[in-house]
Design a protein around this ligand. Structure first.
Ligand SMILES: Cc1cc2nc3c(=O)[nH]c(=O)nc-3n(C[C@H](O)[C@H](O)[C@H](O)COP(=O)(O)OP(=O)(O)OC[C@H]3O[C@@H](n4cnc5c(N)ncnc54)[C@H](O)[C@@H]3O)c2cc1C
Length: 334
């Protein structure tokens, strides 16, 4: 077997799934991510308040496991202690009504959502704090630029596993037809707020999808923080997030905290309120095809924007691309 040298750009769930398939087939994979850790939008923010070490899953809240291969992986991660059942019951709230959401199996990383990604990254070669600025090819293969001075490579193949808008930027100079596909996908932004109250706030639900006129789309208690504090994550609706995308995090945290007080009839102020801007949060328009693979160029593309706005679909995309590359003819060596 010819061992391929593969660079994966993006250590979110799609990039990690792709890398695992390739490594399982004996290929040499290095993953680069601009973040300080792995997981991308499967994210957990840690916060010290008083003596308490608190965790907030401020990106993906929970994930489904409808696909049998993904469910088998999830079962293994549950057995390994990296994933557990989502502990909250979920309701829907509109301006006029409350409804119970269907109780399909929902999962989360444990102790935080990013634990799932950490488990997938176990044993892989991941370079964090490494933003890839461009990819170039010469007679030796692909090189990735981390800055004007620092390049890494050569690689036989490059996998781009980042949100569509960011993928389009990397692909345009090297693979215009793949870039155009990425340009056709759309991802909406989301402002997320994290609130800490000194004590339970008397809210009579654990998690809610919010419809109607509220700027909030989702509110959920971080029940797994074992402290006296009451911790909540709030997600704003896409339109509100878009309108306020350039506001400061402080302004957004205050605005969303006020909306939460109104929604849940809370009379007390949070001890702490902060916010995180997801410029690319949830896929609105996907391509409907699990991945793209240009065998001539040796470039593959995966991510949630291929199939839809769910962590499970990101995994399916990366896993399918990894199999495709592993099973395709090796590139001619110069
Ligand atoms: C607020 C919010 C709520 C969500 N709720 C849910 C939910 O409840 N259920 C669910 O199933 N899904 C949910 N999702 C969606 C889910 O998180 C995503 O579908 C999934 O995590 C996407 O994985 P990915 O690997 O495709 O992309 P990402 O997780 O975005 O990974 C891409 C990675 O690429 C890195 N990167 C980008 N550009 C570069 C570069 N130039 N160089 C190096 N690295 C780069 C990023 O740092 C990131 O780590 C939610 C997402 C958000 C933001």
């Amino acid at each position: 077997m010819v061992i391929r040298r593969v660079a994966v750009v993006g250590a979110g769930i799609a990039g990690l799934a792709c890398a695992r398939q390739l490594v399982a087939s004996g290929h040499a994979v290095t993953i680069y991510d601009k973040g300080r850790g792995v997981g991308g939008r499967a994210a957990t923010r840690r916060m010290q308040i008083g003596d308490s070490d608190l965790r907030f899953d401020h990106g993906a809240q929970y994930f489904t496991a409808r696909d049998s291969a993904f469910r088998a992986l999830v079962d293994r991660l549950v057995a390994a202690g990296a994933v557990e059942r989502y502990p909250n019951s979920v309701i829907g709230i509109t301006d006029t009504a409350r409804t119970l959401f269907p109780d399909e199996p929902r999962f989360v990383g444990t102790p935080g959502m990013n634990a799932m990604a950490k488990a997938l990254a176990d044993g892989l070669d991941v370079e964090t704090s490494s933003r890839i600025r461009e990819c170039t090819r010469d007679a030796h293969g692909w090189a990735l630029a981390l800055s004007d001075e620092v390049r890494t490579g050569p690689f036989d193949n490059v996998v781009i596993a980042v949100p569509a808008e960011q993928a389009a930027e990397l692909l345009l100079p090297i693979a215009p037809s793949l870039a155009h596909e990425a340009q056709a996908a759309r991802t909406s932004p989301c402002w997320a707020a994290m609130l800490v109250f000194a004590s339970p706030v008397g809210v009579d639900f654990e998690a809610a999808r919010v419809g109607g006129s509220s700027p909030l789309a989702w509110v959920a208690q971080m029940k797994r923080n074992s402290s006296a504090y009451s911790c909540w994550v709030l997600h704003a609706k896409p339109d509100w997030s878009r309108e306020n995308i350039e506001q400061s995090a402080e302004w957004v945290a205050d605005a969303l905290a006020r909306e939460f007080s109104e929604l849940a009839h809370i009379g007390v102020q949070p001890l702490h309120a902060s916010a995180h801007r997801w410029r690319y949060a949830q896929v609105q328009t996907s391509t409907g095809r699990p991945f793209a693979w240009d065998a001539g160029l040796g470039i593959g593309v995966c991510g949630d924007w291929r199939l839809g706005p769910r962590l499970e679909l990101a995994w399916q995309s990366g896993d399918a691309l990894g199999s495709e590359i592993a099973n395709s003819a090796p590139p001619p060596r110069q």
